[in-house]
Design a protein around this ligand. Structure first.
Ligand SMILES: Cc1ncc(COP(=O)(O)O)c(C=O)c1O
Length: 451
């Protein structure tokens, strides 16, 4: 390990310069000249290297990372076992294309995914490079498998930015503005969001009201269930605001699927691979999707996605779908190492530290003027900020100010939805790091509340 890495391996943040420092400032200016302005940078963090939950910037400042590269580095940054697996595989076989040739680690990962995804019986896996490609695959597979044309997606959902997935995505208008027309056949339905029910129902009736709108209005007037290939749902909404639906909502969707021969597609791109303290968020709700899409955390930072479906669903013929890079051997090696680490403690750590963080945040809505609701599972935790507890007016600017104030203190967090803060650290954090993050977050929140 290079000597300079010692600085990074310290567990807690440490700032040496005002932020952004001189090097960061220089690079941010260059970036503005060369890089697409469509990226959504919240603050000027210019990373040089990282280890575990610590990121060091180009000026030598150390940050505690509660964003994990947008919920990606499950085993932490540059975990030695992931690095070793990548290096070993890269020295042996970097690429061959699983589309046209065979290699064994692809099969090994698929068999492991079969074992951990909900539902018994044989399954098959298609590998991609990203979350959005996993969704594209699921959409094509659902159409191919059912011979039907339509999809049900939900308000606030995020499934990606390529045309198929973007046609489902409805979390922010800017993501769709001037991009249409979209894939025909996508119908949006209300997602059970008890704190802010789109049907105007009280929290305890929200699931029932949203399901009724889908079953009794949408499937009776907008689209026949006989034309619906799949219901595509995030078991916990990510980018839309870390919204945790009631169990009955997801179970109701599963019931509708079974009743009408519709496939249930779970988008576990953000919520899967141990982030919620279980392999899949679907497990918290007791549902068994027909197709599971995953990406992000699966390979701790290497680009990989996977679509796991029951074998009788994924029975399309050669040529129906393929990918040059999807399931690259180096990414697969990183995924196998990630799974070993998850099995050997990280899954349990995500559950334990998630419970700890949620427990410590439980009284923040009483103690903090801006905190409307705290919600989440495992290390997928959201704090929704409001200006007024009664009217629930969204505190969007305040949310952005808290994200910025946290950065100024050495804590990396991101927002989601218009007014929610999300905590999604690497699954390797310990209690000292959780305490540090909560202390910095609370200071940041208090500072914004005083303004
Ligand atoms: C739930 C969900 N689905 C799909 C995607 C798209 O993944 P990617 O950015 O890898 O294409 C994301 C990304 O944030 C996501 O959160």
């Amino acid at each position: 390990m290079p000597k300079t890495m010692n600085a990074v391996s310290e567990k807690l943040p440490h700032l040496k310069t005002p932020l952004p420092g001189p090097e960061a400032r220089r690079i941010v200016e260059l970036d503005a000249r060369y890089i697409s302005p469509s990226y959504t940078r919240s603050y000027p963090l210019v990373a040089r290297r990282a280890q575990g939950a610590i990121v060091e910037d180009v000026d030598g400042n150390r940050f505690l990372d509660f964003s994990a590269g947008i919920a990606v580095v499950a085993a932490g940054h540059c975990h030695p076992e992931i690095v070793e697996a990548i290096q070993r595989q890269a020295a042996e076989l970097i690429h061959m294309s699983g589309t046209d040739f065979y290699y064994e680690n692809m099969i090994e990962l698929a068999s492991k995914l079969e074992a951990i995804t909900p539902g018994a019986g044989p399954k098959r896996t298609f590998f991609t490079n990203s979350g959005t490609e996993a969704i594209e695959c699921a959409l094509k597979l659902a159409r191919w498998s059912t011979g039907r044309t339509h999809f049900i997606a939900f308000y606030n959902c995020f499934h990606g930015r390529t045309f198929g997935s973007l046609s489902l995505t409805s979390s922010k208008a800017v993501q769709r503005e001037r991009m249409g027309p979209f894939l025909p056949g996508v119908v949006h339905a209300p997602y059970a969001y008890p704190y802010r029910c789109p049907m105007g129902a009280p929290p305890e009736r929200c699931a029932e009201a949203c399901l009724s709108q889908l079953e009794n209005v949408i499937l009776k007037t907008v689209v026949s269930p006989k034309d619906v290939a799949a219901i595509v749902v995030e078991p916990i909404q990510g980018e839309g605001g870390y919204v945790v639906p009631p169990k009955e909502f997801l179970q109701g969707l599963e019931r509708l699927c079974r009743q009408h021969g519709i496939l249930l597609v779970a988008d576990e791109v953000q919520s899967g691979m141990g982030r919620t303290g279980r392999w899949w968020a679907s497990e918290h709700f007791g549902i068994t999707p027909d197709i599971v899409c995953t990406a992000k955390g699966i390979a701790s930072g290497m680009p990989l996605g996977a679509v796991v479906a029951r074998a009788e669903v994924m029975s399309w013929p050669p040529g129906a779908h393929a990918s040059t890079f999807g399931g690259n051997p180096v990414c697969i090696a990183a995924a196998l190492a990630t799974m070993r680490l998850l099995e050997n403690g990280l899954l349990e750590n995500a559950r334990k530290l998630g419970d700890y963080i949620l427990g410590r945040l439980a009284d923040w809505p009483q103690r903090h003027r801006l905190v409307g609701e705290v919600r989440g599972r495992g290390l997928m935790v959201g704090l929704e900020l409001v200006r007024d507890k009664q009217s629930k007016e969204r505190a969007a600017e305040e949310r952005n100010a808290v994200v910025d104030a946290a950065f100024q203190r050495g804590l990396l967090i991101l927002g989601c939805g218009p007014n929610t803060l999300r905590l999604m650290p690497p699954l390797v954090i310990d209690q000292e790091q959780a305490d540090c993050a909560l202390a910095l977050l609370e200071e940041s929140l208090t500072e914004v509340e005083k303004q």
